[in-house]
Ligand binder design. Structure first.
Ligand SMILES: NC(=O)c1ccc[n+]([C@@H]2O[C@H](COP(=O)([O-])OP(=O)(O)OC[C@H]3O[C@@H](n4cnc5c(N)ncnc54)[C@H](O)[C@@H]3O)[C@@H](O)[C@H]2O)c1
Length: 343
């Protein structure tokens, strides 16, 4: 177990901490003197990504196991990442997604309440917004935009937020829901990075197409109302995202407060722009073809990130597109890379 700070501010339970964003956050916690305790069923996470704290192998739907871990480690807060993440799969298996994501969050809340743990940071998503008007017009999306999830995955995140808010009111929980836009990139150490299976995220897919691991990349639609016709998304470096979780854990809050916050840069990049950045990083053109639009894919999803800046003083520091792509490429070439196997 590598620890980067010898001070001990206390233990933080990191559910899903063996996964992509959770493992980066465990490192960021350790750097601030927290003791991460990863709670993960290893269904898609990797044991060798748990380097900055203890690992408890358990399922987040098992409230007794959660309670035992919280008690044994005397945790002071919880960061809840664990869950299923593929939007497309959620359309085919909504029962499974509701079970892991909603039942799992209910169990986390029950265990926290039983153990008197005061602070929760929840992995929410821009998927709670769905195809809102601002996503059509290209304007940045504020937290109070109308919610209209376009998939069961997005629904489970919105239901999770509602449950957390209701529990906050009832039990005085301090809770932050971080609505991530597109997480990307990898830790500078080369020890951590993205390896979903199936991989559905643009940057790792484009890199694999450019390296010849995949035949080509499919660009879903080139007739959107955007300058080059491809979709625009807001890419946030996973190291910045990890820092946002630590800031949310440490920031001032009132008992019972529920604070939803977007985490993005406020700047969008089109799919073709991302391909250009991958071409530049690798030094050759990425093979791609234009496919049909995917159902429910908004033209533009860009965060209004004003609230997190004002409330937590958080700003992206690593999220320049070229830097994101360079770090993702270094990870893809590293000996540590291997895709996780989805459970
Ligand atoms: N990657 C993104 O761009 C993105 C965007 C928005 C929101 N999110 C959310 O962030 C969180 C983390 O995403 P990620 O990309 O790191 O995914 P990931 O698949 O790499 O990590 C998820 C982790 O949760 C674990 N897990 C799954 N079900 C579990 C269960 N029932 N009990 C215990 N552990 C379980 C897995 O083993 C894995 O380690 C998820 O909640 C996801 O919905 C991710």
């Amino acid at each position: 177990m590598a620890q980067t700070d010898t001070s001990d501010r206390g233990a933080v339970l990191v559910t899903g901490g063996a996964g992509y964003i959770g493992s980066h956050t465990a490192k960021a916690l350790a750097e601030r003197g927290w003791r991460p305790v990863v709670f993960d069923n290893l269904s898609s996470g990797r044991k060798d990504m748990v380097r900055w704290g203890d690992l408890v192998v358990g399922d987040v739907r098992d409230r007794e196991a959660l309670r035992a871990a919280m008690t044994e480690h005397q945790v002071k807060g919880v960061i809840h990442f664990a869950g299923l993440i593929e939007v497309g799969r959620s359309v085919s298996w909504p029962d499974l997604f509701y079970d892991h994501n909603v039942t799992g969050t209910a169990a986390v809340l029950a265990a926290m309440n039983a153990c008197g743990v005061p602070r929760l940071v929840f992995s929410s998503s821009a998927a709670v917004y769905g195809d809102v008007q601002s996503a059509v017009s290209g304007a940045a999306i504020p937290e109070d935009a109308v919610k209209g999830p376009a998939s069961p995955y997005g629904e489970t995140k919105l239901v999770g937020e509602w449950m957390i808010q209701a529990n906050g009111r009832a039990f005085g929980l301090e809770a932050v829901a971080l609505r991530y836009f597109n997480a990307a990139g990898a830790d500078a150490s080369g020890l951590l990075g993205e390896g979903h299976e199936p991989e559905t995220h643009l940057i790792p897919l484009a890199i694999e197409a450019a390296l010849g691991v995949r035949k080509e990349l499919t660009v879903f639609g080139q007739d959107f109302d955007t300058p080059d016709g491809s979709c625009i998304r807001d890419y946030i470096h996973v190291t910045d995202l990890a820092r946002a979780h630590v800031a949310a854990l440490e920031g001032p809050m009132a008992a019972g407060e529920f604070l939803p916050m977007n985490v993005g840069t406020g700047r969008g990049h089109s799919v073709l722009e991302v391909l250009g950045a991958v071409d530049a990083a690798i030094g050759q053109a990425t093979p791609y073809r234009i496919g049909d639009r995917r159902a429910g894919d908004p033209a533009s999803l860009v965060a209004d990130a004003g609230r997190i800046r004002q409330r937590l003083g958080w700003m992206p520091e690593h999220s320049d597109l070229g830097r994101i792509v360079a770090s993702a490429l270094a990870w893809r070439r590293s000996a540590m890379f291997k895709p996780a196997i989805a459970g």
